[in-house]
Structures are given as C-alpha cells and as structure tokens.
Design a protein around this ligand. Structure first.
Ligand SMILES: Cc1cc2nc3c(=O)[nH]c(=O)nc-3n(C[C@H](O)[C@H](O)[C@H](O)COP(=O)(O)OP(=O)(O)OC[C@H]3O[C@@H](n4cnc5c(N)ncnc54)[C@H](O)[C@@H]3O)c2cc1C
Length: 237
C-alpha cells in the first residue's frame, strides 16, 4: 500500500467527506491487511482519532465501536461465542492491532468473528447508509463508500463458536457459531451462511481449495456442529 497524503480527521463528517472527495481514497483501521495490498492511494484516512474504540452494554444490547481491537474484545464481558471467535486469531500482537471494523469491512470469507456476529444477528451502523444486518453486508457489501461506526446485537442466552485450525492461530479450515438457535458456518471456504437444517448440513455448500477438500470440510463441519449441540444440551437449552 502506498499513499500520497495521510489524514487524521477530527469527526465522522470530515472523514466521510475525505473518503468521498477522491476516487483513490481509503480508510485505514489497524492497517494489517491494507498494507499487504500493492494499491496506491491518493488519501489514506486514519480512523484512530474518531473515538470509535468502545464496548458498551445498554439494556438488552451490546454496542462495539468499529475501532475496538480484537484483543479488547477478547478481554471483555461480551458473550462467550464472540470472545471465542477472536481468541485464536493469530497472536496477541496481531489482536492488539486488528480492529472489528477492519475485520467486518474486509468481508474475509475465513473470518472467525464475522460468523460469530452473524450468529448473534448483529446489525451494522454506517455513518451515512444507516443500519443493516451484518448478513446482508457480508454477502452483498454496500454500493457507496461509507464508514462503519459500530456493531450492535441483542444479548443471547446461549453463545458459542468453534473452529478447526491445523495449528493454533492458523486460519480456520471451517468455523461455526451459534447464538440461541441461530447457526452459521463459515470458511467453507466461502463466506458464512445461516444453516436452516442443523441435522443435515445438506444445504451448505463446501468447496475444495489448496488447504482442504470439500469432503473434509463437510466432515469437520459435522463434527463442529455435533460439539455445539452437545454443549447446548449440557447448557440446558
Ligand atoms: C497474521 C494475521 C493472521 C490473521 N488470522 C486471522 C484468523 O485466523 N481469523 C480471522 O478471522 N482473521 C484473521 N486475521 C485478520 C484480522 O483479524 C483482521 O480482520 C485484519 O487484520 C483486518 O483488520 P485491520 O483493523 O487491520 O483492517 P485494515 O487492514 O485497516 O482494513 C481492512 C479493510 O477494511 C476497511 N475498513 C477498516 N475499518 C473500516 C471502517 N470502520 N469502515 C469502513 N471500512 C473500514 C479498510 O478500508 C480496508 O479495506 C489475521 C490477520 C493477520 C495479519
């Protein structure tokens, strides 16, 4: 990644204006994935100064600012399945830098936290486009350039996330998350999908890539779902 100009806006309106003032402008959060790109940008807009780093519990809802790091999520009192989704993402050094907003807006198919947020039926709040379900954003994105401000979701009684990584802190070959009765399977290697028929997984498409075959992924997914259902029974729901 290269940039000609680096800006630190003081509020969201200024950041939005900068973002839309130039075709080759980009937002930077933790910058971990952005810096791997070979693209050149005219303006790089740092979100660090916008006070978007928070975790709030309000009544029946959690709200997490988009600049909250994965490490802060890991150490928080958020639901178990959300915390589990981040605790094996690379090492602590990466989790200290990687942000919630960067993870969601990258729409990475392997993402562990995105499937957990989909299972929790999270809603994204964008500065101009307003609210939308995370499921819609992950599958379709948005057409205009906008800033993700925060993520919010209702408290659930049961919440868990499981994944299979060849070694601790590798990318998941398959991941699965459930909040109450909503199950999501991801890293298929496609993006996460909501599973309607938990007993069969026949509706879920798995594919082969360099890391694993479709059949292997399907077997792993069955195992992860069995583990989730055992945990749910032990939990008593
Ligand atoms: C070594 C390594 C291992 C990893 N392993 C895993 C893993 O096992 N599982 C997993 O789920 N993830 C993994 N990740 C990904 C990581 O969790 C983050 O998703 C990734 O680093 C991006 O977050 P960031 O804050 O660095 O985003 P950035 O690189 O800054 O941004 C990513 C994209 O999001 C956009 N963006 C950022 N914030 C906003 C916002 N608020 N509004 C609109 N657009 C925005 C940027 O413009 C950019 O296009 C890994 C990352 C690394 C570096």
């Amino acid at each position: 990644m290269r940039g000609l100009d680096f800006k630190r806006p003081m509020n969201l309106d200024e950041a939005y204006e900068l973002l839309n003032s130039n075709e080759k402008s980009v937002l930077i959060a933790g910058g971990l994935f952005l810096r791997l790109q070979k693209t050149s940008y005219s303006v790089i807009i740092d979100l660090e100064t916008l006070n978007l780093n928070y975790i709030k519990e309000e009544g029946n809802f959690f709200r997490i600012g988009s600049m909250t790091s994965l490490r802060e999520i890991e150490k928080s009192n958020l639901p178990k399945g959300i915390i589990e989704s981040v605790m094996q993402i690379s090492g602590v050094g990466v989790r200290n830098i990687a942000t919630l907003g960067g993870s969601i807006c990258g729409r990475y198919p392997f993402s562990d936290i995105n499937i957990a947020l989909m299972a929790h039926d999270a809603r994204l709040v964008f500065h101009k486009s307003g609210e939308m379900p995370i499921v819609d954003f992950i599958h379709n994105g948005i057409t205009e350039k906008d800033i993700l401000v925060e993520v919010k979701f209702k408290k659930s009684s049961f919440s868990t996330t499981k994944y299979y990584k060849k070694v601790y802190n590798d990318f998941s070959l398959v991941n699965a998350s459930m909040a109450d009765n909503r199950l999501v399977i991801g890293a298929r290697p496609g993006r996460g999908v909501i599973v309607e028929d938990i007993s069969e997984l026949s509706d879920v498409e798995f594919k082969t890539d360099i890391r694993a075959s479709a059949e292997y992924r399907r077997d792993l997914a069955k195992y992860l779902v069995e583990e989730i259902m055992k945990e749910k029974m032990a939990y008593g729901s």
